[in-house]
Structure formats: structure tokens, C-alpha cells
Ligand binder design. Structure first.
Ligand code: BGC
Length: 768
């Protein structure tokens, strides 16, 4: 794998020169999407080299039969896969008698660009075919934000050394399989193929889940930029529809095909109207035209960047990295539909599906909360609220009672679909993140009403889970939580994972606190919730007994909390002593060796300290950081950002910067040697946090106060970011010598900067 081939640029991801080994990595990196659907940056024309074809529709999944070595009671029956959907981008190109295939051509002047400012992907190159013809090709493609069921392609060919025939063969291929299918099964059934003049559609449905999807295309042509009509030949096969259009063209002239594509699904339409709706979409897109659609795309992105952009001066790679992260997060989730969520690979690959993990609550909510309207983060919370019944069922399957809920580690519809026992049954800390997401949202937005309306029911069910999951240890005279896996998945079945115990205690206390507030301030809601959950005061006393007497492993000599019981029995040796050839350990070592080692995959104790930093003194943060960070291999993409933020908070800027670079360019520089499988979308929100919470030092705890403590890495001239704080837009600028806040809103804003209270009048700039 050729790393570091992405050309630094402030607003674009650029690749120059064609290199077959980079094709799959680039297909991930140059992915495009609009929150409702997305696709890898596959070539439109045929390509016989290694490629990973992928187009995905948000919320359309398949319950693939699970594959495990030894079945365990409580395992889910299936692993939900985001479904690789019919391909509408394909355009076969034939020059005289030869197909265009970059794998068999001599390619020069190859350039691929993902323009993040405007939201489009382009490619240009000169190809010399094996038969000697030379052509120049320019393509542009985007998935519309405004018309979120539509995408468009412009594909232009220019003969450079001949006059002859060009055939364009646009197609829809519904015979798509998932790369990660467990048993190589086909997940779709084709219901109808509808060819029409210059447009066509395929109606298909997913097996088992019975999602219906219509995929449509419409085409038009220009020659030397003037519209032309070309007779259509139609080929219908079992799972595909292909048209072919042939024209004669002279050397130096251009021929362009415009292809409009659409997905419509039964999530948003009735089954009967799907084909019509898909046809309507592509017909209207064709009428609007490529350029107009592109103009609206540019406007949509302009709007997004207004509150989402982070500007870094003096470090173009860092600038490119942060914009790439922000761009991909927006391509993955727009927040308008509470049925959708943020898959760890978004629409850029299949591993981890487009399924929902604790990543959303632990990492993503702050980004969406501060760069968009509060309704977006609320939709993420409602997603879990709407799945509460399934979380209760899930806990029942494992033997819990009385309405206790265990949210799944991996899910599409609320049902658990992870099937490794150490994760499914043991990584229960995820339940705490559900409550932390609510707490974070309420602190930031002050929308306390979310708690009586929705949040409290979730919190009660989770408090019940913790109460039942803990047990009293006579030996310790404390409550303990046994047999868990913490966020550090390089240890399983440990007892008293500090992070898990801490969250359990906190969840109970926060729930009881909220119950009291709701009782006083929202008596009607209180009554409704009490009736629904059948909660009695005595039950809450029992929860509190557990919380108040929770056990935490602690080493008095080192004066630190231990990751779990017995952690210090391990041979403790820092990661820098590991030979490079042993890393990443998850690819180089046996699992047995990993489990026994002291190496930590991602923040674990430090994840807890990050979540509740206001409850720890700076000394405590430092002590824990100094003990755990050197043992951490950061082999989860979620790891570097937490360490970067904590390092900044204890004034370790070089470390903070080192970890920042790692998180922000994790995919662009392919640190973990896996970008060909897709990008790490959820950790991108962590990258955003590394700047805003890390360098910017922004915090909003439960007192609701907005605070900053801005610092700047020595490598940068300045940086600035914007936040939407309770409807007010605030711009923060920090350079090596200055720190400024601009209040773009109509209200005055109070905040704490470096512990000093400042008041910024509406539309004023204040220098601190
Ligand atoms: C991490 C989990 C995370 C998952 C999806 C794993 O490698 O250890 O914490 O939820 O990836 O991002």
C-alpha cells in the first residue's frame, strides 16, 4: 500500500497519477453521500483490477445469518449488514471495438478530486487503449443534498488521436452482493425491470427484511456541449438493465453523457408508488439539468460549512484532515430522520456495517450538537428512545427482569446483532453511554424537557439494569460488577472495570436526580412515567444503595484507579519498548498474548476521566494519563482523540498535537492499514472534539456554563471554529498571540474563558 499519496490541499482530497494498488483505498477516501445514501468512489466505466464496489442506502439492511464457532444462548440470530444496493453509477464506454478499462490501458494525467467545499467528486485522465486509440476523459459526480434521493454524473470523452465510434452503455445492476456476506448469499429479489426511452428502473426487495427499493436512471447527451439525441438499444438481463448509445465523433470533439440516478425506498414511500417515484426523481433531475443541480449542491455545502468549518492556518495537512473529517460526518448523517444513525464506516464500506454503536453517544453527539440545530442531536437520542422496547427485550433474553434494558453493542433496529460473547454479553459499558448522551445533550442545549418527555424512561430502564447487574461482595463489603469487557477490548471477562463501575454508579445517581426534578417540575409527566414503568420509591433506594457502595479498584501506592481488579499483576511495560515489527499487535500477535499483555486498545480508565473530567482534579488526570497512555496502542480509531483532549487539558501540547495528527489523518494517511475497507467515520467526530474540546478547551458541564481554555499547537499559526450554542452562533479564533470570540447572534452571551467570566454583546468581537 502506497501511503501518503493524497496531495495536501485545503479544500480538496486529491490524487494524481494512476496507481492500481491505490484504487480500493481511494474508493473509500473519495466516497460521496448525503446522509440518506452514499457510495464508494468506484469508477463509472468497467474496471477489471481490484475494486470494492459499494453503494448504500441509509436504513436498508439485511439480517445476515450469523457465523460463530460455538453457539451460546443469548446470541442474536443475525448480524445486520448495511446492504450493498443496486449500482446506478455504471457507464460502460467502448471506443470503436475496445472497452475502456483503466486496468488494461496506459493511463496518464490521472487526477481525482473530492471537492469538499462544493460536495462533488471528479476524475480526469488520458487513456491509451490496447488498440492504440487515445482518449481524454473528464467526469464529475455528486449525490444531491437538496434532492436527497438523487445523484448525477457528467462523463465526457474526447478522442485525441482518431475519429471513430464511441458507445456509452449506462446501466443499473441490481445483481450486487455484499463483500462481507457470511455465506455468499444474494440478499435481493428482483421484482420488476422497467425500460423506457432514455430512462429505466429496477424494483427490488430485500429478502427477509422486505425493504422495497426502486433504482432509476435517466440519461441525456451533448456533443461539443450541444444537446443531441442518440438512438437507444436496450439489453435486459435477469438482474440488470443496460442501454447502449453509439455515436461517431471526430478527433478533438467531445461527447458527454449525463446520467441521473435515484434510489427510493419503502422507508419513505409505499411499495406501489416506488417505481413512479423513482422515475419522477430522475425525470425531474434531468429537467433541472446537471449544472443547476450542481449549483444547488454548492449552495447546500456552503450552508453546512457556515457552522461546521474549522480553519487552520499554517498547516495545510491538518487543515485538509479536519475538513475531511467534517465533510465525511456530514455525508453520513444529516439528522433529519430519527430512524437513521451513524455507522462506524458510514457509507464508505461494509465492515461494522452501517450499524449503530456506542460511538454515536460517546463520540458523535457533541459534533452534531455544536455544528447543527439541536433537533439533530435530539434525533440521535430519539433513535435510542424508539428502540427502548427492544433493549428491554434484549435484557430479558439475558435473564434481566422488571423492565431493565441493555442496549445493543451493534444494531440496526434495536436488536443486538453482535455475536462475540465477550462483546455481546460483556461490553455492557455501552449502556452507560446512552445516558451520558442524554446528559451531554441536556447540559449543552439546556433542553431539560427532553428528560420528562423521553429520556427518563430510558434512564430508568438502564438504572434497573445496573442495579441487577451488580452484586454484593461479602469479601469487599461493596457492590461489584463481574465478568465484563471495558472499552479496552484487549481484555475480556474482567472484574470491576473502573470505567464500567463508575458509569453504573453515575447512571443511577443521575437518574434519581432527574426523577426528583421531573417530580417537582413536570408532575404530569412524572405520573405518566411512574405508571408506565411501575416504579416505586423503594426501588430507587435499592438502586442508590448499589451506587453509594460501588467498589472501585484502586492502587494506593500509585494513587490511581486500576483498569480492573488485578491489573497490576500484569507485566507492565510501555508501548515504546515494543518493536515496530510487533505493531499493530492485533495483526501481529496471537489473541492469547494480547489478552495477557498490559497493552490497552483504546481509552478505558481515561475514557471515564474524559467523560467526567470535572469530577477529577488536574493532578488526578495527570497521574492517570501518565500511567495509562504509555500502555495504550491506540488500535481503535476512537483512541487518539480522547488522549489528545486529555493531553491538552493537562497542558501537554506536544502530546496533544501528536495524537491530533493521528486522529485527523487516520484515514488519509492510512495509519491502521485498512482504509481500503472504508473510512472510520465515528472517530472523525472525535477529531472535531480534539480541536474544539482539546485545543479550544470547550466544556459545558451540568452547571450549563459555556467555558473555554484555548491553546494552540506551536505548529499552527491560528485556528478558528464555530459553534451553535443554544441557537447563538459563536466563532472562536486562537492564534499564537491572540484569542478572540465573535458573537454572531442577536443575544449577549456569557462564558468563562480561562476561568474569567466574559460577556459578549450581540454581534460583537471580544479579544481576550
Ligand atoms: C472499538 C469499539 C467501537 C467499534 C466501532 C472497535 O474497534 O473497540 O469501541 O465501538 O470499533 O467503532
Amino acid at each position: 500500500m502506497n501511503k501518503n499519496y493524497i496531495i495536501p490541499n485545503e479544500w480538496s482530497i486529491i490524487e494524481e497519477g494512476f496507481c492500481a494498488e491505490n484504487v480500493e483505498a481511494s474508493e473509500s477516501l473519495f466516497s460521496i453521500g448525503n446522509g440518506a445514501m452514499g457510495q464508494r468512489a468506484n469508477f463509472e466505466e468497467d474496471y477489471s483490477g481490484n475494486t470494492f464496489q459499494g453503494s448504500y442506502i441509509g436504513g436498508i439492511y439485511y439480517p445476515d445469518k450469523t457465523r460463530v464457532g460455538w453457539w451460546k444462548n443469548g446470541y442474536p440470530e443475525y448480524f445486520a449488514k448495511v446492504l450493498n444496493a443496486p449500482n446506478w453509477i455504471g457507464i460502460g464506454i467502448q471506443i470503436n471495438t475496445t472497452k475502456l478499462d483503466l486496468n488494461t490501458c496506459k493511463v496518464s494525467n490521472f487526477k481525482r478530486e473530492l471537492n469538499m467545499k462544493e460536495g462533488w467528486l471528479s476524475r480526469s485522465f488520458v487513456a491509451k487503449l490496447p488498440t492504440g486509440e487515445q482518449i481524454e476523459v473528464c467526469t464529475k459526480r455528486f449525490i444531491s443534498i437538496k434532492y436527497n434521493e438523487v445523484g448525477a454524473i457528467a462523463y465526457t470523452v474526447k478522442p485525441l488521436n482518431f475519429s471513430g465510434e464511441i458507445s456509452f452503455s449506462p446501466y443499473i445492476d441490481a445483481g450486487i452482493v455484499n463483500e462481507d456476506a457470511n455465506y455468499d448469499e444474494f440478499f435481493w429479489e428482483i421484482l420488476q425491470i422497467s425500460p423506457e426511452e432514455n430512462k429505466g428502473a429496477i424494483l427490488s426487495k430485500t429478502l427477509k427484511t422486505e425493504f422495497h427499493v426502486a433504482t432509476a436512471m435517466a440519461v441525456s447527451f451533448t456533443s461539443n456541449e450541444k444537446p443531441i439525441e442518440i438512438p437507444q438499444q436496450t439489453l435486459i438481463e435477469e438482474k440488470s438493465i443496460t442501454y447502449s448509445y453509439t455515436l461517431n465523433i471526430s478527433e478533438g470533439e467531445t461527447a458527454t453523457i449525463y446520467k441521473y440516478g435515484s434510489y427510493v425506498s419503502s422507508l419513505n414511500h409505499s411499495n406501489e408508488e416506488l417505481l413512479d417515484a423513482a422515475f419522477k426523481n430522475v425525470t425531474e433531475a434531468k429537467q433541472i439539468g446537471f449544472q443547476q443541480l450542481l449549483n444547488s449542491q454548492i449552495d447546500s455545502w456552503k450552508n453546512i460549512w457556515k457552522t461546521a468549518d474549522i480553519v487552520i492556518e499554517g498547516d495545510v495537512k491538518a487543515q485538509q484532515g479536519i475538513r475531511f473529517n467534517i465533510f465525511q460526518l456530514n455525508q453520513t448523517y444529516m439528522g433529519t430522520d430519527a430512524r437513521l444513525n451513524i455507522g462506524p464506516k458510514g457509507f464508505t464500506g461494509e465492515k461494522y456495517g452501517g450499524s449503530t454503536y456506542w460511538d454515536t453517544e460517546a463520540y458523535c453527539i457533541p459534533f452534531y450538537m455544536a455544528t447543527k440545530d439541536a433537533s439533530v442531536a435530539k434525533n440521535l437520542l430519539l433513535y435510542r428512545y424508539n428502540q427502548l422496547d427492544k433493549a428491554i427485550e434484549n435484557a430479558e433474553k439475558l435473564g434481566f427482569t422488571n423492565g431493565a434494558a441493555l442496549y445493543p453493542m451493534v444494531t440496526m433496529n434495536g436488536e443486538e446483532c453482535h455475536n462475540e460473547w465477550e462483546i455481546t454479553f460483556e461490553e455492557i459499558h455501552r449502556n452507560g453511554a446512552m445516558v451520558y448522551g442524554i446528559y451531554n445533550y441536556v447540559n449543552y442545549t439546556q433542553d431539560f424537557e427532553y428528560i420528562p418527555k423521553n429520556g427518563l424512561e430510558v434512564m430508568i430502564a438502564i438504572a434497573r439494569f445496573w442495579h441487577q447487574r451488580a452484586n454484593f461482595s461479602e469479601a469487599k463489603n461493596k457492590y461489584v460488577i463481574l465478568g465484563v469487557t471495558g472499552p479496552n477490548e484487549y481484555e475480556n471477562n474482567v472484574n470491576n472495570n473502573f470505567y464500567t463501575n463508575y458509569l453504573a454508579k453515575w447512571c443511577i445517581e443521575y437518574t434519581v436526580d432527574c426523577l426528583n426534578k421531573v417530580k417537582h417540575n413536570y408532575p404530569d409527566d412524572f405520573e405518566r412515567i411512574i405508571n408506565k414503568t411501575n416504579l416505586k420509591a423503594e426501588e430507587t433506594y435499592k438502586w442508590l444503595k448499589v451506587a453509594e457502595n460501588m467498589y472501585f479498584p484502586f492502587d494506593a501506592e500509585k494513587n490511581i484507579y486500576l483498569q480492573q481488579d488485578g491489573f497490576l499483576d500484569k507485566e507492565i511495560s510501555s508501548v515504546d519498548k515494543l518493536p515496530i515489527s510487533d505493531r499493530p499487535i492485533n495483526q501481529k500477535w496471537s489473541w492469547d498474548r494480547i489478552l495477557r499483555s498490559c497493552y490497552i486498545k483504546q481509552a478505558d480508565v481515561l475514557q471515564g476521566i474524559f467523560f467526567f473530567e470535572n469530577k477529577f482534579s488536574k493532578d488526578e488526570v495527570e497521574r492517570h494519563f501518565d500511567f495509562y497512555e504509555p500502555l495504550t496502542v491506540h488500535e481503535s480509531s476512537l483512541s487518539p482523540c480522547v488522549h489528545s483532549i486529555l493531553a491538552a487539558s493537562i497542558d501537554r501540547m506536544p502530546k496533544a498535537y501528536e495524537q491530533y495528527v493521528r486522529t485527523s489523518r487516520l484515514d488519509l494517511d492510512d495509519y491502521n492499514h485498512e482504509v481500503h475497507e472504508g473510512c472510520h467515520i465515528t472517530s472523525m467526530a472525535g477529531t472535531w472534539m480534539s480541536i474544539v474540546q482539546g485545543f479550544g478547551g470547550m466544556r459545558v458541564w451540568d452547571d450549563g456554563k459555556l467555558t473555554f481554555n484555548p491553546q494552540i499547537p506551536k505548529e499552527w499559526k491560528s485556528y478558528s471554529f464555530t459553534i451553535n450554542f443554544r441557537g447563538s452562533i459563536i466563532k472562536v479564533y486562537k492564534s499564537q498571540t491572540a484569542c478572540k470570540f465573535f458573537n454572531e447572534s442577536g443575544n449577549e452571551i456569557k462564558m468563562l474563558v480561562n476561568n474569567n467570566e466574559i460577556l459578549i454583546p450581540s454581534n460583537q468581537l471580544v479579544t481576550v
